[in-house]
Design a protein. Structure first.
Lengths: 180, 180
DNA sequence: CGCCATCCATACAGTTCTGTATGGAGACGA
DNA sequence: TCGTCTCCATACAGAACTGTATGGATGGCG
């Protein structure tokens, strides 16, 4: 039946709740109210809260790594790949990203998920710099700083919805030490 | 008597607990156990949990801004001020900083405290760059990126205890666009 | 000494959440 | 049609935390 829930439905709602209200809201009772069912459904699909949290984190790892690729593949203009990536990630404030990182501050499972995503993204940026002609050693350090800057930006509350200022992107590209 | 507690004692323990176990551990009952008293003491010093949280955050604002100044005043060597600051803040992993920022992700009061500290620190770095000869407009943007990078570093779990690698500091100074 | 203020213990009621046990309703195949 | 499997409701016990009410202990001070 269509009005029956799957484990995936619970996980999807978990990501929405995570982005909206943070990891402290990932509890069976409130979630069941939002889903319009009782906790009987929750405990049928998941052994306990920890199993549910693990499922939510596993799903986040997927979407967090999907986005970085999808965003680049749909690449529109004649910008360099680095500039395109920077313009993209410094545009919107990723509520989900903030929520998971807040979670990771004091939860081992969330920390592992974040670290795995960080490693993947970092090597992606480093490869981008190397492809742009930056020596490998410098590329590694600069990619690390650029990624840290993204994280700091994401977690700051200053991030406005629209386009990032051109001066910021220009400065980041200059710091990266690539032409264009 | 010396074995009596003050509100300050509760706040100090709050900062320690915050750094160790995160904001979810800032609860009257567990804290009282650690302090070796009952919740009767807690509710005598504070009207409720919200008032206690506000007191902890107010104290954090003080120490978070004290450190940046104290660290620079005790300046040892012949390095430039910027390099000295970078070496300092990229050295240790600030557990308290991480905890408060994790808290701020979904709590309005914590967010206000973080924003106030960010504004103060950011202007400090910008002034440093301007004093080093960077034009005001560029200094503002570069200070923002450097501070974001620090935040990203602090929240990453990669931070090792010892000295930061010289290559990292060199890259940061280069990105800042100052000589030295 | 007696009084009062400070600080804390204890007990109580109430809320929220967890996890389990049990059973019921609906779809679906043999 | 009769199980059977899937999904969910309900009820229960228990843990953890909040806030209040009340009284006890201690020390300072008149």
């Amino acid at each position: 039946m269509a009005d029956q829930l799957s484990a995936q439905d619970w996980v999807d709602q978990g990501l929405r709740t995570l982005a909206r209200d943070g990891f402290t809201a990932l509890k069976a009772d409130p979630l069941a109210k939002v889903m319009g069912v009782s906790r009987g459904s929750f405990y049928w699909h998941f052994a306990d809260i920890a199993a549910y949290h693990a499922a939510v984190l596993a799903r986040w790892r997927e979407v967090a790594l999907d986005n970085i690729i999808a965003d680049m593949e749909q690449a529109p203009p004649q910008d360099t790949p680095l500039r395109r990536l920077l313009r993209r990630v410094f545009a919107a404030r990723p509520a989900l990203e903030v929520a998971v990182r807040s979670w990771a501050a004091h939860d081992a499972a969330a920390r592992r998920a974040v670290q795995a995503v960080d490693r993947r993204r970092l090597s992606y940026v480093a490869d981008l710099l190397i492809a742009a002609g930056v020596p490998a050693a410098a590329a590694q350090t600069r990619a690390q700083v650029l990624y840290w800057a993204f994280l700091g930006f994401a977690l700051s509350e200053k991030a406005a919805p629209g386009e990032p200022p051109a001066a910021l992107i220009d400065e980041l590209v200059r710091m990266a030490g690539v032409r264009g």
